[in-house]
Design a protein around this ligand. Structure first.
Ligand code: ARG
Length: 478
């Protein structure tokens, strides 16, 4: 008996350990915040990432990192989209209501960045100035509560770029990232007196006690054996190196900028990979959109003409009203965070679904207007030839209708292609996001923005050309 129990428990322990060693946790971050988290080549690196990886290693777990905008991070953990958020997150009372925090691992402060020749000396001079912050950060809430409405940017490097171009008077930011920005932009400086003192911690969904304990144990050990300090030092060195090379790069003209933005570290890959995502999302969702559009258009016009399908018609009307009455970014976010709130789905699928459902509404109205444009006599003619309603619809009306609306459908695709540029909101690395990542690494707004715009433009021009050819062919066949 004893032997059996012993064997069983050995087996159980073995099984548990094995299961534990295979656990992979989903980590969300906003990789726009060097030295804490940023893109390097095709990897996301930084102090937070290294600390957390070591914490998890000690707890026998692995991680996959996912990049998203900072203002979505807390929501992502709260809704279980991520198991842990590692994003230089300051512990605050408000956030504590939404997520659980680990013990702190770094202390930080909010500081003021100003141009070298600025007259601003401290917080008392800030009233009425143009202040830039990263949206959703503690810098944002401090300025909003204590000083006045700031200008909110989706990442800090955009705010710094705006400061550089004289579009802002100051930027409020966490100390270490501020030092990185200032090192790369020698015409800027940091004011001595900080605005706040803060502590960074990892965030986990409420109630994940075991996970939290594992993280806290890991952090405690790493405080004690100085691993955290080592990681921070390593990144300080790295920053120094990258600052040196950035200053070499700064001796620039168009050619040197081009090299830094696209050639160095194979940065062009962000654009190519992003391009592939954009094209696949746009094409798949236009197909979904046309399918939905067809069904809705046929239901609606049949209901119009024959009085049948009353309920289906009502459902279609609600669909059209809701989809056309709300912005596509919100639809995308709602599908991602609410509809698929607690299931793990591929983000490309989410995007295709969101844009497909959105586009379907517009396609439906385009096709319906095509059907309406066909003379009523055609239906009567078809019926008197002995065809029934659906035969006439399918063989007589729809083919003509489609030809009439082809330009409008093409236009819908062009609109859709560009609308997918909001994919970055759910952390999908599309073309626009690819440009953003380059910008956050090179601190150069001009070339990446123009390059991304050019790629969209070329795509649209090529597509318009194809459409033109198709239209001509169809005319010939008449
Ligand atoms: N510490 C600040 C906060 O919690 C800013 C963090 C921004 N982090 C980032 N990865 N962009 O609000």
């Amino acid at each position: 008996m004893m032997k059996k129990i012993f064997l069983l428990s050995v087996f159980a322990v073995f099984f548990l350990c094995n299961a534990a060693s295979e656990q992979i946790l989903r980590v969300v971050t906003s990789a726009d915040f060097p030295p804490y988290e940023y893109h390097e080549g095709d990897k996301i690196v930084g102090i937070d990432i290294d600390i957390l990886r070591e914490v998890l290693r000690r707890g026998n777990c692995k991680m996959v990192v996912e990049d998203m905008k900072f203002d979505s991070i807390i929501a992502a953990v709260q809704t279980g989209k991520g198991d842990i958020a590692a994003s230089a997150i300051t512990i605050t009372e408000d956030r504590k209501k939404m997520v659980d925090f680990s013990i702190p691992y770094i202390t930080a402060k909010q500081v003021i960045i100003v141009p070298e020749n600025s007259k601003v000396q401290g917080v008392s001079d800030l009233k009425g100035l143009r202040i830039g912050v990263q949206h959703g950060t503690t810098g944002d809430s401090y300025v909003t509560e204590k000083i006045g409405e700031p200008q909110r940017f989706s990442d800090a490097s955009m705010a710094v770029a705006a400061l550089n171009r004289n579009k802002l008077d100051v930027v409020v930011l966490d100390n270490d990232p501020a030092m990185v920005h200032v090192a790369k932009n020698p015409q800027l400086k940091i004011l001595e007196k900080p605005l706040t003192f803060e502590e960074y911690a990892f965030a986990v969904p409420k109630g994940r006690q075991e996970l939290l304990k594992m993280i806290n144990d890991g952090l405690t050990g790493m405080h004690l054996d100085k691993t955290i300090v080592e990681i921070v030092d390593k990144y300080n060195e790295r920053t120094q190196k990258s600052v040196d090379s950035a200053q070499e790069d700064a001796a620039s003209g168009f050619k040197a900028d081009f090299y830094t933005n696209f050639v160095k570290n194979e940065r062009w890959r962000y654009l190519v990979d992003g391009f592939i995502v954009t094209i696949s999302v746009a094409f798949s969702s236009v197909i979904l959109g046309v399918l939905i559009g067809f069904v809705v258009a046929i239901i609606r016009s049949t209901a119009d003409q024959t009085g049948k399908f009353k309920i289906a018609d009502f459902v279609c009307r609600v669909y059209l009203t809701v989809i056309r009455g709300t912005p596509v970014v919100l639809q995308l976010l709602i599908i991602y965070f609410v509809v698929f709130g607690s299931v793990d789905v591929d983000k490309i699928m989410v995007a295709i679904l969101a844009f497909g459902i959105n586009s379907g509404a517009y396609v439906a109205e385009i096709i319906r207007s095509g059907i309406m444009s066909i003379d009523r006599g055609q239906m009567e003619a078809g019926r008197s030839l002995g065809l029934n309603y659906s035969q006439t619809m399918g063989m007589v009306i729809l083919p003509q209708a489609l030809k009439n609306v082809l330009p409008a459908l093409g236009n819908e695709f062009i609109v859709l292609l560009k609308e997918t540029s909001v994919c970055g909101f759910i952390a999908l690395q599309d073309l626009t996001k690819g440009g953003d990542i380059i910008r956050s690494q090179t601190y150069n707004a001009f070339q990446p923005l123009i390059a991304v715009a050019l790629v969209y433009l070329v795509m649209v021009v090529i597509f318009s050309k194809l459409l033109e050819i198709l239209e001509k062919r169809l005319k010939k066949n008449e």
